[in-house]
Design a protein around this ligand. Sequence first.
Ligand code: ADP
Ligand code: MG
Length: 260
Amino acid sequence: MSSTRIIAIANQKGGVGKTTTSLNLAAALALHRRVLLVDLDPQGNASTGLGIDYDQRARGSYSALMGEEEPTSLPQPSNVPQLDIMPANADLAGAELEMIDADRREYRLHDALQMIEGLYDVILIDCPPSLGLLTLNALVASQSVLVPLQCEFFALEGISQLVRTIERVRRAFNADLHLEGIVLTMYDRRNNLSALVAEDARSFFGEQVLDTLIPRNIRISEAQSHGKPVLEYDRNSSGARAYQALAEELLKRQHGKGGL
Ligand code: ADP
Ligand code: MG
């Protein structure tokens, strides 16, 4: 059995920090491990955030789902050492419809990743903001789910639906799937609401809320507009330090549970 950890980064809400967490956690993990980031959102923001040009996106996660190409040929190097990416392109927007009648439609990504997982220690999957067939493919292909929770009004709204989806996937497709953790994002220490959301999340999910808080930090969004992870853009920013701490926390937690 392979020792590669495959983690889906999912929350059906948009704008909660899935893509930001995917690409910055991937870059921070790449300081320690060989990492692949799969961009599974038709918006392609993770690909943009890692500086992948549009003309480099013809082959990527869409090709993997369609089984059109040899999966091992799909990852591309990013501008970060030890970090490869399987980019998303506009075709991915039609993939859910195209897969409806396909063979093993829930397992398309799983089947492709099985062919390449040996090349990596960790694979992160950036999910789109829905619980459709793309996210389902990510959950079926993964061992765990990392859920970013934005420290804002209604943060917990929709979480029970996500938890039910994870349970359904576990029963029907992937018995090993577990919750990697909840990561609180865009935390603002000057705003009482952030502290309240953190408290609510901890009383609801207990230990499953990770210790590392991702602060709201302008350097994080600036970095994305420059096509770089924040670690490359400003490694001393609070955002860069937080994503490094998150990577270390996950590596340590996994250690206890069998090692990342
Ligand atoms: P999602 O993928 O869940 O839709 P994003 O990761 O794209 O969410 O984040 C939504 C917006 O918030 C983006 O413009 C991103 O740059 C910004 N953002 C995310 N996390 C932070 C943060 N910690 N500090 C500042 N801006 C952030
Ligand atoms: Mg996104």
